[in-house]
Design a protein around this ligand. Structure first.
Ligand code: ME8
Length: 496
């Protein structure tokens, strides 16, 4: 089975912040889950380097645009590494391979392209023309200021795709998730689609259009093509791979760019006769301490800083546990501290510590006994089936419910320790003790596999404590053998 997952490719006009890290970690969780589940994965991320906005940022930094792009793209790569992102490809739209892909796609959709002139309000921040009626007080609906633009432009006959798109949404009810977002897109398309201007002649910082001097591609058609470039398009030898990966591809995007991905992108792909992705998942936005993040307010959350302050897995956990994936969230220091102290230190850390430290107390050796009575059998079965409960949730990118499901098993395991009182069994029922400890090791192993996509370092630490490799969910199926365990250390020290 193949699985492809992508992040948006980020504009390089500013530094990466927690919002970018969020989309990237979300996609990383999906990629890691799929790999552990035995799938062949292609996971791409990267930077979107063309367009008016980037050209202007380079200019105001007093830098050559390519030099500026190198510098800023590297910052996004650094962020990707800082958040432990397991990407297979980091794509830059200024690469030659991408220019070739975008130009090939252009040729493939040429039958739907015609030339005209465009005059209208343009928002450079959104890299989008805004209709007259949407401009209020000189601003686009996003709040960005607009400027009047007049240029010769090539247009894509998007209006021809209205029915085909509606038909696609109907036949593929999970193409856009969450469902509330799907409904928004459908009503937008039902409202009527205008042809889309897809070239720019007023500036040069973009991919040249084949055979058309003086025009560069509109940055969105360029940017969206990155998903194909990364898979190897247009190499004919990669055609089957590209198509199979696209068919199983989830594009993770912020809600503000859903329309580009769920309307324009499928229309381009239909026009080119290419496979559409499986899903567009639109996630919500983060504010910081209750306010929109902005440089002038000085509340932009820097991923490097919070990872230094709270720890990487703590941040990864917080972002996906604090709010439902798809909804907006607020980043606050008090909220992350609470999560670390209650969920991580008290629930998870305590379970691992009390069980493994106890094993050390009784000689450091696990002596297995799978001849379970009713009590242990229940925990054992719930542990072995954990991933089967999480899988259908992950298939719909319900990251939040997946985490909650893992936490239910943590709670059940902690309760099991309280009920079974192994410290008393040592004295009065050593046979029962082995069964109880065996069942608990099973639950700790399954919990670690459930955590692994979200908190890879923490999961690996626990795997090391219990001599588990941690590379595949298949490992959960085997019984533990008698063995020595090493002394555990505290996973989440309280002073954090
Ligand atoms: O739109 N909260 O790039 P971009 C949550 N280049 N997520 C946020 C966020 C916030 N406050 N701010 C940004 C572009 N994001 C285009 C994409 S794709 C073919 C081209 C995340 O740098 C979110 O995922 O503006 C959003 O969609 C993405 O960063 C946009 O990044």
């Amino acid at each position: 089975m193949k699985f492809c997952v992508t992040t948006p490719i980020y504009y390089i006009n500013g530094d990466p912040h927690i919002g970018h890290a969020y989309a990237s970690i979300a996609a990383d969780i999906m990629a890691r889950f799929a790999r552990l589940d035995g799938m062949e994965v292609h996971f791409s991320t990267g930077t979107d380097e063309h367009g008016v906005k980037v050209a202007r940022s380079a200019e105001s930094a007093g830098m050559d645009v390519l030099e500026f792009s190198d510098l800023m793209s590297q910052r996004f790569r650094n962020m990707s590494d800082k958040i432990n992102m397991s990407y297979d490809d980091f794509i830059r739209t200024t690469e030659k391979r991408h220019e070739k892909a975008a130009q090939t796609l252009w040729n493939m959709i040429e039958k739907d392209i015609y030339c005209d002139t465009y005059a209208g309000w343009y928002s450079a921040r959104d890299e989008e023309y805004v209709t007259e009626s949407d401009v209020v007080d000189g601003k686009a609906p996003s709040g960005a200021s607009v400027e009047w633009m007049e240029e010769a432009s090539y247009f894509f006959k998007l209006s021809d795709y209205q029915d085909k798109l509606l038909d696609w949404y109907e036949k593929n009810p999970d193409f856009i998730l969450p469902t509330s977002r799907r409904n928004e897109v459908i009503s937008f398309v039902k409202g009527g689609l205008k042809d889309l201007s897809i070239s720019r002649s007023k500036f040069t910082w973009g991919i040249p259009i084949p055979h058309l001097d003086g025009h560069v591609m509109y940055v969105w058609i360029d940017a969206l093509t990155n998903y194909l470039t990364s898979l190897g398009y247009p190499d004919p030898e990669k055609a089957v791979y590209v198509s199979e990966m696209m068919e199983n591809c989830v594009h993770v995007v912020g809600k503000e760019i859903l329309r580009f991905h769920a309307v324009y992108w499928p229309a381009f792909l239909m026009s080119a006769g290419l496979r559409l992705p499986k899903r567009i998942y639109a996630h919500g936005w983060w504010t910081s301490e209750g306010q929109k993040m902005s440089k002038s307010v000085g509340n932009v959350v820097d991923p490097h800083e919070i990872i230094e302050e709270y720890g990487l897995d703590q941040v990864r956990y917080f972002l996906f546990r604090e709010v439902k994936f798809g909804e907006d969230g607020d980043f606050s220091k008090s909220a992350i501290k609470k999560r670390i102290s209650f969920d991580l230190a008290n629930d998870l850390g305590n379970l691992v510590q009390r069980v493994l430290a106890f094993i050390q107390k009784i000689g450091g050796r696990l002596v297995v006994d799978y001849d379970f009575s009713e009590d242990e059998r229940k925990l054992f079965e719930n542990s072995r089936s954990l991933i089967n409960r999480v899988r259908p949730l992950m298939e719909k990118q319900d990251l939040h419910a997946s985490m909650s499901t893992v936490w239910e098993l943590i709670a059940e395991s902690n309760k099991f320790v309280n009920d079974m009182r192994p410290w008393e069994l040592v004295k009065n029922n050593p046979q029962k003790l082995n069964k109880v400890i065996t069942a608990l090791c099973e639950s700790i192993r399954s919990i670690s596999f459930g955590l692994a996509p979200f908190m890879p370092d923490t999961a690996q630490k626990i795997f090391n404590f219990i001599n588990v490799e941690g590379k595949s969910f298949e490992e959960i199926k085997s019984n533990f053998a008698d063995q020595d365990f090493q002394e555990p250390f505290t996973l989440f020290p309280k002073d954090n």
